[in-house]
Design a protein around this ligand. Sequence first.
Ligand code: NAD
Length: 523
Amino acid sequence: MQITSEITPFVNEPFTDFSVEENAKAFQSALESAEASFPVVVRLHIDGEDCEGGGGTFSSTDPSLTSRVVANSAKANKDDTLRAIAGAHKAFGDWARRTAAERAEYLFKAARIMRLRKHQFSAMMVYEVGKSWAEADGDTAEAIDFLEFYAREALRYARKQPLTRVRGEDNELRYIPLGVGAAIPPWNFPLAIMVGVTMAPIVAGNCMLLKPSSDSPGIASMFLDLMKEVGLPAGVLQFVPGSGAEVGNTMVEHAAIRFINFTGSMEVGKGIYQKAGTTPDGQIWLKRVVAEMGGKDFIFVDEDADLDKAVTGTYSAAFGFQGQKCSACSRLILHEKIHDAFIEKLLPLVEATTIGHPSEHKNFLAAMINESAMNQALEGIANAKKEGNTLVAGGERASEDGWFLQPTVFTGVGRNDHIFREELFAPVLAVHKVANFEEGVEAANDTMFGLTGAYFGRNEERIAQAQTELHAGNLYINRKCTGALVGVHPFGGFNMSGTDSKAGGRDYLALFTQAKLVSRAVK
Ligand code: NAD
């Protein structure tokens, strides 16, 4: 491959300003083209060939209009997965020996094309997973960022590493790839996370099997097409859409898989961690597992906070993309002195939420991803009522066209109530009142998770204390707890939120390499 890029410092991809008429029109037209293309056909891609799957087919539907089929996808079975693993192994020999610059160039090229076709990618997410214009645009921008950032990181890791010098030796530390890995992303950032968990290991020299989420094969196959277009060599990226139970387990348990890069729920992550811990016959390594999992993220508003800022930040973090972000605020901790004033300001915003199909720009809230997610949320709401929590907004389905749930707020929530402890992954906010700062910190940290959190307050001493005491992988002060930017806010959580791999950070690529020290005696 010819290397054409002049490497400039990394900058984040700007978000589209939809108040500019030209941008809004361009997006509208991308939506129309996407809609006309449904259902798109998705095939497996193994060793450079598109193929049908031994498992039959499955479909993704528009969660905000469930009669619309977005993608019909071929479904890989165990045999397809085994074939993909074997092919990736063959491809690894050559790919691992390419220079970092050569590998990075595929990512730079993909980023350039994705930028040109930005709205096409975003439009697919509006229909396939229910993202609003702004959320879809943010997802595509993040995917471009991951490509640009990890490509630069591969070049940085390939540079001469600093070592202490000793007389009589030349020493060199090289970061070499691990082998064949499995990328298992979730549906909620179906482009950005999928691109990140797959392409970071690839640019580091590994070959990957990608099993996209069954809710979003359409957007994943658009990305696959892009990687075919930029000429990624056969076998480097094997595309095996299929079930977690069959394709997922086959990859996780296989002796030839060297590592697993998973992002998803705690339950599935724990299962993968356990299965990957066994060493089947013939496996000559301990599998590495990078698992980024769920959250029960908080915003703690202190007595002296700027309430307007805290209210808008909370509203956006709790209800943006229907509360289906791992970083979404689901626990709101309010100092008793501002509790009532805060709720008085928040509720009108919640009541005024525009709900409907996300292809209409005016709609802030669309449907939840699928029926079972909605039912689980409704069950959580019913339990919260049973436990004596006070429903002050929402709580019902919002439309029968799709899996719509009203933005929901409970007050009077205790620290041991289910709605304060378990991830619902829905537009449901649990409000807990505290008497002082110390109690607020205790409540915020009283969780098995530790992904994101935010503190709103003005007192510098308390801010300093909050920065030290609040235990979250991504802690924000006087701003919302969602909206991490690649390179700016490396992202990943503590405890049951995962292995804290810090996606979009400078340590990330090291997770998919092993350091080889070469020491040479010299006169
Ligand atoms: P999920 O755990 O249901 O699925 C994630 C992926 O795992 C999917 O591709 C799925 O098909 C696959 N899978 C399911 N069973 C499997 C098995 N037995 N073996 C191997 N793979 C299997 O999660 P989801 O519903 O797609 O995503 C939502 C969850 O992801 C939430 O809990 C959210 O907090 C979390 N999440 C975390 C982060 C983070 O960075 N920490 C980011 C996004 C989402």
